[in-house]
Design a protein around this ligand. Structure first.
Ligand SMILES: [Zn+2]
Ligand SMILES: [Zn+2]
Length: 160
């Protein structure tokens, strides 16, 4: 089980943060956008309330880079102002829900995806673990999320 109080940082270490609650849910996203934006095979994202991501006191203010999405809604990526490591995303600029890059956590290796999504564009040499929950595109949250996580999401976003 993943603890609360996970800590993490950008590559250069100037922006440090901690999480005050465990992740609501963890995505491994194989979509083309994530592949392009990371230069890698997929992105691992922790879904968590913005209020639960606390910057260290001495951390410089992160910078925000906005990119487009297919839906036309903005995708704001928060980066270290120095090394430009992507730390988390706000899809749709909702303000309350972050997709935090799991590999920026100090204990990133302990994070296991709950679901693999957009596997229609998964690189052919990437083999998913047996029994992994995987979806061609997106999925039905109500079927896949634990009820406690659904309640946390509803608390910040309502049912939308
Ligand atoms: Zn940095
Ligand atoms: Zn993606």
């Amino acid at each position: 089980m993943i603890d609360a109080n996970l800590t993490g940082s950008c590559f250069c270490g100037q922006v440090r943060y901690r999480l005050t609650r465990p992740p609501m849910f963890v995505h491994c996203c194989h979509c083309r956008d994530c592949q392009k934006q990371t230069g890698s095979a997929f992105a691992i994202n922790i879904l968590i309330e913005r209020s639960c991501v606390v910057l260290a006191d001495a951390a410089p203010a992160p910078v925000c880079v906005t990119v487009k999405t297919d839906s036309g809604r903005p995708h704001d990526i928060t980066r270290c102002p120095e090394c430009q490591t992507a730390l988390w995303s706000d899809y749709g600029r909702r303000g309350v829900l972050l997709f935090l890059r799991a590999s920026t956590l100090d204990a990133g290796a302990e994070i296991v995806p709950d679901v693999h999504i957009f596997t229609r564009s998964k690189l052919p040499w990437v083999t998913l673990p047996q029994g992994a929950r995987s979806f061609d595109e997106y999925y039905d949250m109500r079927k896949e999320w634990p009820s406690a996580s659904l309640a946390r999401r509803a608390a910040i976003l309502g049912d939308g």
